[in-house]
Design a protein around this ligand. Structure first.
Ligand code: NAG
Ligand code: NAG
Ligand code: NAG
Ligand code: NAG
Ligand code: NAG
Ligand code: NAG
Ligand code: NAG
Ligand code: NAG
Ligand code: NAG
Ligand code: NAG
Ligand code: NAG
Ligand code: NAG
Length: 411
């Protein structure tokens, strides 16, 4: 009985967590009677932290109880919006303008690892602050920035995803301007509602091999610091609303509908791919500077499709794939399956990737995966076998000739 109640409460909690996740929050910064920043948006944080045994990730939606920290927020100079929730967690957005455009300059995330309701088993109790510079949220002055699609920003290795966003800074009035600046992601996706984008009809069969895309990340000085070419296929299961059951989905990323962003740090690089704002995939590589080897250690996937009973998310940050020497790229033409969690794996096709030390926008010499090497061996072995056969026939022929010559002589 107790267990049933506990389970019921848990489901209720999950239900509210999901609702909370989809729920928009409204934040306003005022000076006197006038509003200078207003934001209506949903925010999902993906935070990776260390426990005593390994590293783990949690997804934290900004709750409805999020409020504006009036002390730290400001209207003058650089307008600054600081949202605060729970035990000392904050999300800050600073703005700037050049007179015709305004933009979000930095995103600052502060989280309190001693809050065990969000970060169970954290081996630190520190309050961590991370800042990101390149954000890419900008709009014409006196217009509202609108972005229904999800936009991810990598903030010091953590990921902040905004969705259903309407916001404005340097406001001429106290309400969001009627005129809107629509973000690129919303313009790219077809104007049909979300329901039309994902098939509600029963699965149309496997989608075949995914198209190969080229993705890159630029440094702050405009040089490419991360380069990848690959076809990607997501294999995961979720509960379908229309079919009222768990379905296995094979989903190919379509390169020309996928936007890429991310961050390059000295020892860590993260590529963030986002398709239609409803599916996002993050790949994190880390460099071990002692061994001078890097590997893919983190894969994170988030999908929020109309047909899903609840948004799908999966994350594993203790992976060890695509291990390569620093200064080289990793290449695998053969299909590879990267298992992430039991209900999600990533299939890669014709992959080449270099997360560190990219020079002149080109891949360095590649280290090929074992499968490719094996496949190159097959023609070699066949060739060797064939030439062996030819040699044997030749020798047999020569011996035969010699024997028959010898035969004639004895007669
Ligand atoms: C704010 O509005 C109130 C009432 O409308 C008014 O009395 C007050 O003077 C205003 N304050 C400022 C700084 O404009
Ligand atoms: C986790 O621990 C590793 C060392 O094992 C360290 O490099 C990393 O910065 C830590 N991560 C966080 C989020 O504290
Ligand atoms: C936390 O754990 C990581 C490994 O997971 C370790 O490297 C780090 O030193 C630990 N930090 C503390 C404060 O114990
Ligand atoms: C961090 O959380 C702990 C408990 O969860 C709380 O006592 C502490 O005041 C918080 N720190 C800040 C800076 O809010
Ligand atoms: C503001 O920046 C945008 C883009 O960088 C540019 O097109 C525009 O001319 C700038 N406006 C002014 C007034 O400098
Ligand atoms: C923005 O609106 C304010 C108030 O309506 C006006 O004074 C200002 O000139 C406008 N700025 C631009 C760039 O249109
Ligand atoms: C760009 O910045 C990176 C590091 O941030 C540096 O390694 C590289 O040399 C810079 N490139 C140029 C052309 O300044
Ligand atoms: C997808 O994953 C399921 C379960 O792990 C597996 O049985 C199936 O073969 C996979 N399909 C593809 C195309 O990778
Ligand atoms: C979904 O399926 C479950 C059993 O699998 C059933 O109890 C429930 O009524 C179904 N819901 C709908 C809306 O069909
Ligand atoms: C994306 O690529 C596909 C196949 O190459 C093409 O049919 C489609 O028109 C492209 N869509 C856009 C928006 O460019
Ligand atoms: C780097 O690799 C060495 C040898 O495998 C290992 O002992 C060390 O813990 C690694 N360092 C990090 C930061 O993972
Ligand atoms: C994450 O990946 C590691 C290594 O492949 C695996 O042992 C572990 O079970 C995975 N974690 C989860 C939650 O599936």
């Amino acid at each position: 009985m107790k267990q049933t109640i506990a389970r019921g409460t848990l489901w209720l909690f999950i239900w509210f967590a999901v609702l909370g996740c989809l729920h928009s929050i409204t934040l306003e910064v005022r000076q006197g009677n006038s509003t200078c920043i207003k934001a209506e948006l949903s925010v999902l944080l993906l935070i990776t932290y260390n426990t005593s045994s390994n590293s783990t990730s949690v997804q934290v939606p900004l709750p409805n109880t999020t409020t504006v920290d009036a002390e730290s927020s400001s209207c003058g100079g650089t307008p600054f919006l600081v949202a605060t929730f729970g035990f000392g967690h904050t999300l800050g957005l600073s703005f700037s303008t050049n007179g015709s455009l305004y933009s979000v300059d930095t995103v600052t995330l502060q989280y309190n690892l001693s809050d065990s309701s969000i970060f169970p088993d954290a081996n630190s109790s520190a309050v961590v602050t991370v800042v990101s510079s390149s954000v890419g949220i900008q709009a014409a002055i006196n217009t509202t920035y609108r972005c229904v699609s999800a936009t991810s920003v990598v903030v010091g290795g953590q990921i902040v995803t905004f969705s259903d966003t309407r916001l404005e800074a340097y406001m001429p009035g106290n309400d969001l301007s009627q005129t809107e600046t629509i973000c690129a992601a919303d313009q790219a996706s077809t104007p049909t509602p979300t329901t039309a984008r994902t098939p509600v009809t029963p699965a149309p069969g496997p989608p075949g091999t995914p198209e190969r895309g080229t993705y890159s990340i630029d440094n702050s000085n405009g040089t490419v610091c991360f380069l990848a070419q690959m076809g990607l296929q997501l294999n995961f299961s979720y509960v379908s609303q229309s079919q009222n059951k768990t379905v296995q989905e094979i989903f190919n990323l379509t390169p020309n509908l996928t936007s890429s962003s991310g961050s390059c740090e000295v020892n860590r690089a993260t590529l963030v791919l986002s398709q239609n704002g409803t599916t996002s995939l993050n790949l994190t590589f880390t460099l071990n500077s002692t061994t001078n080897k890097y590997h893919l250690n983190g894969i994170n996937m988030l999908a929020n499709w109309a047909d899903m009973e609840a948004p799908f998310s999966a994350s594993n940050t203790s992976l060890d794939y695509l291990r390569t020497t620093l200064g080289r790229s990793y290449m695998c033409n053969a299909e590879q399956t990267l298992a992430v969690v039991p209900n999600f794996s990533l299939n890669t096709f014709r992959l080449q990737v270099q997360p560190f030390r990219v020079t002149t926008n080109q891949f360095a010499t590649a280290e090929e995966c074992q499968m490719d090497q094996d496949q190159m061996l097959i023609p070699l072995i066949v060739g060797a076998a064939l030439s062996g056969l030819v040699l044997i026939i030749l020798i047999a022929y020569l011996i035969g000739r010699k024997k028959s010559h010898a035969g004639y002589q004895t007669i």
